[in-house]
Design a protein around this ligand. Structure first.
Ligand SMILES: [Zn+2]
Ligand SMILES: [Zn+2]
Length: 190
């Protein structure tokens, strides 16, 4: 799987180079390393920023607080979640490119600059780079059955309309206390 990731990553680099973004240019983007990670079942990937370029330091105000930020980092470590690798290649590439955009100066968030690049790349190369992925949709597109909320402890179902929802914790008199939010029917817990 690691090998497959490196292969697809390399393809992404080639495609992006063709539209004028050369991530192998270390002066511009710093060094980039990409690895698989099986730590998260939730997130698609992450881009860990290391070694800020101190000349790009700026201060951001958050209410009364002042936060020190850097526009540019020298090293980036991208982790792609193992579960993503079973999806369509197109979705894997979306994920890789999303994390690559975070390596561009001023794109260490999902703000204006990030969105600008996401749109440019999506338009030019026909991708669909989003700020937040939709797991259910992406499983569907890959023809893989999506088991929702598999980690929850309780499955609650309305006896009247059949609506299902999940909880990790349930209070003692849950069934007596609560009714279905949709139809006010009685609930059952499994
Ligand atoms: Zn992101
Ligand atoms: Zn109901």
């Amino acid at each position: 799987m690691e090998e497959q990731l490196q292969k697809i990553y390399f393809e992404c680099l080639q495609e992006l180079k063709q539209i004028g973004i050369d991530f192998q240019n270390e002066n511009e983007f710093g060094t980039i390393q990409i690895v698989l990670s099986n730590r998260s079942k939730k997130r698609y990937g992450v881009c860990k920023q290391e070694e800020p370029d101190v000349t790009t330091r700026y201060i951001e105000k958050r209410g009364r607080k002042k936060v020190i930020k850097y526009a540019k980092y020298k090293n980036h470590k991208i982790e792609i979640s193992g579960w993503v690798m079973q999806l369509n290649e197109n979705i894997i590439k979306n994920t890789i490119i999303h994390e690559l955009i975070h390596c561009i100066p001023n794109c260490n968030n999902h703000g204006k600059e990030f969105k600008k690049y996401a749109k440019y790349i999506s338009d030019k190369l026909g991708y669909d780079i989003k700020t937040v992925g939709n797991k259910k949709e992406d499983y569907g597109r890959s023809n893989i059955e999506y088991q929702e909320n598999i980690t929850y402890k309780y499955k609650v179902q309305c006896k009247t309309c059949g609506q299902i929802f999940y909880r990790n914790r349930i209070c003692k008199n849950f069934i007596q206390k609560y009714r279905c939010a949709r139809c006010n029917g009685k609930l059952s817990v499994e």
